[in-house]
Each structure stands twice: as structure tokens, then as C-alpha cells.
Design a protein around this ligand. Structure first.
Ligand SMILES: Cc1ncc(C[n+]2csc(CCOP(=O)(O)OP(=O)(O)O)c2C)c(N)n1
Length: 351
């Protein structure tokens, strides 16, 4: 019995060595590169609009913006099927959009309208769109992790070739549930992919002030995972790695963890840059903005003549129109009826 589980644990380590020896080689097909570009831009422009609307006090719910981290949600979700499940955090707009969530329903949710994806009851931190496999976001730090493990256990027991993904920040690695969830996922070889978006900060603390060892991907290795870590936010690298580990999970080869070093350009919550808080410097922000994953891919597509300047303007225009339309849709939608306030809160009486 012991021997069996030991050999189970050895498999991912040997795969990991292979993956490390042969880092990113072949470029994805052209249509995938264009899709990745379009999706990152969709998230960025949606978030910039959200920032503007929060600043104008049009959107009142606390909004944790994803600007700067787009490569992660985009690169991972591009290899997921509709029936795969994603679980997310308080910073979840990008994950929702990348999994195929509807923009109108997202904007309406931010406006607290009944047409929102959570019927106007959740706001920015409690999104849900099960029809596209975005099961939900939770503001409980690390909350996405055991939920994804539970879904993966269900897939495994039903012998389905589906995969669950948990997105979480570096702050979640301080939570006990992270270790417990990693352990059960490793032990049962569950089809789950853990995606740690290490943006260096959790609220106003640097990762080095929270973790005894800041190499998050190395911690996951001890649970028998195939682990990868990236020092920047290159969407192609994220895509290639995620595709590999998602396919491995689908084949029943067990869980993985991807740690993406990334950066949120805005402050912890809201549209400001928070450079006056004495926490991070303008130099640090500038360094990360210079590595903008969207600019980087745009340049590559233009240089390789896969897109022209005109294409770029057209794509931007199409996305911007969809976002502007979502604002019109949200503002036209009614608020939930006050009488329904307690619906779905308490168990309904069964007659
Ligand atoms: C269990 C729990 N503890 C504390 C909080 C308060 N809180 C909200 S967001 C956050 C920081 C999360 O940081 P991280 O996980 O790195 O994600 P990021 O905000 O950087 O995306 C904290 C501590 C919470 N929501 N839940």
C-alpha cells in the first residue's frame, strides 16, 4: 500500500524535471496568439472602464482590479473546456471574463442590478456563471482552493475527464487550508490545477513579511505536484505550461501548481495606484508596467505581421463597444426588488 502511493508521488517529480529541462519551445498557433491578445485586451479595457466608473461613484461595491495580471487568467483559461470548473478570489473579474463570462451580466452585477450574474446580490467579489464553468468567486482568502479540490474529487469519483482550477494570491499560502488542500489533492492525484498569482503583496504586506519561504512552487513539490514558476507575465509561457498541466490532469496524471510572478498595477482595492501609502515605489511599478503582457504580445504580433495597426484599432474598437454597451445595459436594468431581500438566505419552508 505504502509502496503504491510512493510511486504515485514519484511520477510528477520526474515530469517536473522534464518540464524544467525543456522550457518553452514551440510557439502556439497564430490563431491562439490572436485569441490570447484579444482576451487580455478585453479584460484590461473592462477593468479600465470599471476604474473610471468607481472613480465617478457610479459603481459603489469594492472592486479589486486585475490590471497587470491579465496574462494569468488568459493563459490558463485558454485550454479549459466549458465543463471544466474555475474557482476564484476577491480579484476575479479577469477569471470570470477569461472563462467566457458575459460582460453585460458582469457590469450589471457591479452596478448591483437584478440582471447581474449573481442577480445583483453579490457584487464584484461574488461572481458566478455556472453555465460557462465559472462556479464562483469568494472573498475568503484561500476559499477557492478547497472548493476546487472538492470539485476535482467529484470529477474523479465520477470518472469524468474534467479539470478544476483554483486561482489564488500569494496571501492564500498563509492559510492552513492551502496545506490541507494540497495534501489531499496530492494524495488522491486529483485533476486540479492550482494557480498562484504571486503579485508580491497581500493587502499592504509584502510576501517576504508573510512567508518563511517565499518560493511557493517549491512548497507544492512536497505534495507530489508538477510545479512551474514564472518570473514575469508572458502569456505565451503561461498558456504553454497551463495547457500541458491541464491535459495531464485530464488524463488522470494528477494535480499541478503554477506560480506566476505578476503585479497588480493599481492598489489593493479601487482605482488608485496607492503609491502614497509608503508600501511600494514608483520605480517598482514602472518596472512592471514596462513588462506589460499586452504590449509585449501586441508588438510580437505586429512584428511578425500577424496583425496590422489597423487590426489593432479595430479589435480595440470592437471590445470597447461591447464594454460601453454593457454599461448601458447595466444602467437600464432594475435593482432587485426589496421584497426579495431574504430570498435564498434562509431555507424555504417545505409544505
Ligand atoms: C480568511 C481571510 N482573511 C483575511 C481577509 C482580508 N483580506 C482580503 S484580501 C486580502 C489579501 C489577499 O492577498 P492575496 O491572496 O495575495 O491576493 P491579492 O489581493 O494580492 O490578489 C486579505 C488579507 C479575508 N478576506 N479572508
Amino acid at each position: 500500500m505504502k509502496k503504491e502511493s510512493r510511486s504515485n508521488l514519484e511520477a510528477p517529480h520526474s515530469m517536473q524535471k522534464k518540464a524544467e529541462k525543456q522550457p518553452q519551445q514551440s510557439s502556439p498557433p497564430q490563431d491562439i496568439l490572436k485569441q490570447l491578445y484579444r482576451m487580455m485586451l478585453r479584460i484590461r479595457l473592462f477593468e479600465e472602464k470599471t476604474a473610471e466608473l468607481v472613480q465617478k461613484n457610479e459603481i459603489l461595491c469594492p472592486s479589486h482590479l486585475y490590471i497587470g495580471q491579465e496574462a494569468v487568467a488568459t493563459g490558463v483559461s485558454a485550454s479549459l473546456r466549458l465543463d471544466d470548473y474555475v474557482f476564484s478570489t476577491h480579484r476575479s473579474h479577469g477569471h470570470y471574463i477569461a472563462k467566457g463570462g458575459d460582460l453585460n451580466a458582469l457590469m450589471a452585477e457591479l452596478y448591483g442590478r437584478v440582471t447581474g450574474c449573481s442577480r445583483g446580490r453579490g457584487g464584484s467579489m461574488h461572481l458566478s456563471s455556472p453555465e460557462v464553468g465559472f462556479i464562483g468567486s469568494s472573498a475568503i482568502v484561500a476559499g477557492s482552493i478547497p472548493l476546487a479540490v472538492g470539485a476535482a474529487l467529484a470529477f474523479s469519483l465520477r470518472r469524468q475527464d474534467r479539470v478544476a482550477v483554483a486561482f489564488f494570491g500569494d496571501g492564500a499560502v498563509n492559510e492552513g487550508t492551502w496545506y490541507e488542500s494540497m495534501n489531499i489533492a496530492g494524495l488522491r492525484r486529483l485533476p486540479v490545477v492550482f494557480v498562484c498569482e504571486n503579485n508580491l503583496y497581500s493587502t499592504h504586506m509584502h510576501v517576504a513579511a508573510c512567508l518563511a519561504d517565499t518560493d511557493i512552487h517549491r512548497k507544492a513539490e512536497m505534495f507530489g505536484m508538477l510545479c512551474h514558476s514564472y518570473g514575469n507575465t508572458n502569456v505565451v509561457e503561461v498558456y504553454v505550461t497551463a495547457k500541458k498541466v491541464i491535459e495531464a490532469a485530464r488524463r488522470g496524471e494528477g494535480p499541478s501548481l503554477i506560480e506566476c510572478m505578476t503585479y497588480r498595477w493599481r492598489g489593493h482595492v479601487g482605482p488608485n495606484y496607492d503609491l502614497d501609502k509608503g508600501l511600494r515605489s514608483k520605480e517598482e511599478l514602472d518596472q512592471w508596467m514596462a513588462k506589460d503582457p499586452i504590449n509585449r504580445l501586441e508588438k510580437q504580433l505586429l512584428q511578425n505581421k500577424l496583425l496590422t495597426e489597423r487590426d489593432v484599432q479595430r479589435i480595440r474598437g470592437e471590445i470597447q463597444k461591447a464594454i460601453d454597451d454593457s454599461v448601458v445595459y447595466a444602467k437600464k436594468s432594475p435593482f432587485p426588488d426589496e421584497k426579495t431581500l431574504l430570498n435564498n438566505v434562509f431555507k424555504e419552508k417545505i409544505n
